[in-house]
Design a protein around this ligand. Structure first.
Ligand SMILES: CC(C)(COP(=O)(O)OP(=O)(O)OC[C@H]1O[C@@H](n2cnc3c(N)ncnc32)[C@H](O)[C@@H]1OP(=O)(O)O)[C@@H](O)C(=O)NCCC(=O)NCCS
Length: 162
């Protein structure tokens, strides 16, 4: 059973989250492990940005971020963003990422978000979860796809679908 919580409620998972970010994105982001520690501190202090952690039987197995802005100047006008999605290699292909994406979509919709965005090099992963490509952008040295999903507000589902 997968349990997803804000990182502030599961401080023991913090180092695992920093390690995943370091392993997956340090080369692309040109970050050191210490800079990831600082990035998590920045998110802690942000009024908008959040990290959510998935546990399986009390073991941290993945994370996802909800950010007001991504690090792409070309798309500063879009907000908010699903980001930081990673599942521990030992737990992949068991539906954890799917659960994390669904969790952030639901959380953002509850907070009043109508359009959620993300950057990815693997759009196929998101197509079948209802996301569309709306543009491309340069992230670091890489061209990435900008994707969007229209969310349904759980308090006003009929109105949003009309
Ligand atoms: C991408 C990632 C988050 C997927 O995590 P996961 O928990 O294994 O994904 P799920 O089990 O929820 O996958 C659901 C479906 O997505 C598809 N899928 C999973 N990983 C995929 C991949 N790497 N490429 C293409 N499709 C993939 C599969 O169809 C899968 O269904 P199936 O297992 O029935 O075939 C994980 O591989 C990861 O952490 N990768 C490194 C970081 C990364 O690339 N993050 C995404 C940034 S946009």
């Amino acid at each position: 059973m997968i349990n997803i919580q804000p990182i502030g409620e599961v401080p023991d998972a913090r180092q695992a989250c920093i390690d995943w970010a370091d392993q997956e994105w340090s080369a692309v982001a040109n970050f050191t492990a210490e800079e990831w520690v600082e990035e998590f501190q920045r998110i802690d202090q942000s009024p908008t940005d959040q990290v959510f952690v998935a546990h399986s039987d009390a073991v941290p197995v993945g994370m996802v971020w909800l950010l007001a802005h991504e690090d792409v100047d070309s798309h500063r006008h879009l907000t908010p963003w699903l980001s930081g999605l990673v599942v521990d290699p030992a737990y992949r292909r068991t539906g954890i990422a799917r659960a994390l994406v669904a969790y952030v979509e639901s959380r953002a919709a509850t907070e009043g978000t109508t359009d959620l965005h993300l950057l990815t090099v693997m759009p196929n992963y998101y197509f079948y979860q209802g996301w569309d490509v709306i543009d491309t952008a340069i992230l670091g040295q890489q061209r990435v796809f900008v994707m969007k999903k229209a969310l349904v507000n759980p308090d006003h589902p009929a109105q949003d679908q009309a």
